[in-house]
Design a protein around this ligand. Sequence first.
Ligand code: AMP
Ligand code: MN
Ligand code: MN
Ligand code: MN
Length: 289
Amino acid sequence: MQPSSWMNADLHCHSCVSDGTLTPEALAQRAKERGVELWALTDHDEIGGQQRAQEAALALGLAYLTGTEISVSFCGQTVHIVGLGFDADNAALAHGLAATRGGRRERALEMAEGLAQAGIHGSFEGALKYVGNPELISRTHFARYLVETGVCADTSEVFRRFLTEGKPGFVPHRWASLRDAVRWIDDAGGLAVIAHPARYRFTANEEHALFSEFKAHGGRGVEVVTGSHSAAEALRYAEVAQEYGLAASRGSDFHSPDESHTDLGALPELPSQLTPVWELLKNRIQQPR
Ligand code: AMP
Ligand code: MN
Ligand code: MN
Ligand code: MN
């Protein structure tokens, strides 16, 4: 399989190694069944599932790119930077991700305290039941527990009422810097991508700072088509990609069959005027034999 400008690439999703519910193997199977031709598993701040994902993909005849999604603090918000096609054995990247993950447990304990003050008890232990990787306790795991106990009807309601800025279970956290995240990926031979840009609440100046600093640090891509963009948002970020000279990525951000609206591979095409990230990553794609 040679990468072409149109292909069903899905370069963003999560397994139980971060806050998804499926194993890397089950995701590979699902991606294959849903027509994905080039796949990347991008767990939050973790590459512990990469070998399993790659082996499962290649065994199914599915081309694979290594992936991760790094949490970054920028202008008072959390920005996600997806890394693709890096060397998963790179030591500096592994150290950087471990440092970024560190502190999630303490943060989770503080979140549970905040929730207890709002009358919701036992949420740390409750969230842990959903955690597949003890180093990776995420707000998503708390959300699943609050749905299980009937406090909220679904995870979006949990985030709205309890887990976002100003709400009882929200604990501000210092993640990686933009510069470090982009460099870890770049120095490991990969390509850094700004994830789901329409999700942030930046002013025009802050957004300009994000894109220009990202480029200056060596960032080369932006997600244009993702499960969290509307058609209008995809068009807007297609223009932004051209304005900043960035390649375009495409990924569902699939987490769970019960929670995600966009399934693996079920995305619109990238607008045709853009350079897909996989054209810049031809040499990094693992091909099935
Ligand atoms: P954390 O890295 O622990 O701050 O958790 C971030 C994760 O929470 C994201 O990767 C999403 O999976 C999930 N998330 C964030 N906002 C929402 C939302 N409004 N509704 C559902 N899930 C969300
Ligand atoms: Mn997530
Ligand atoms: Mn994200
Ligand atoms: Mn994601």
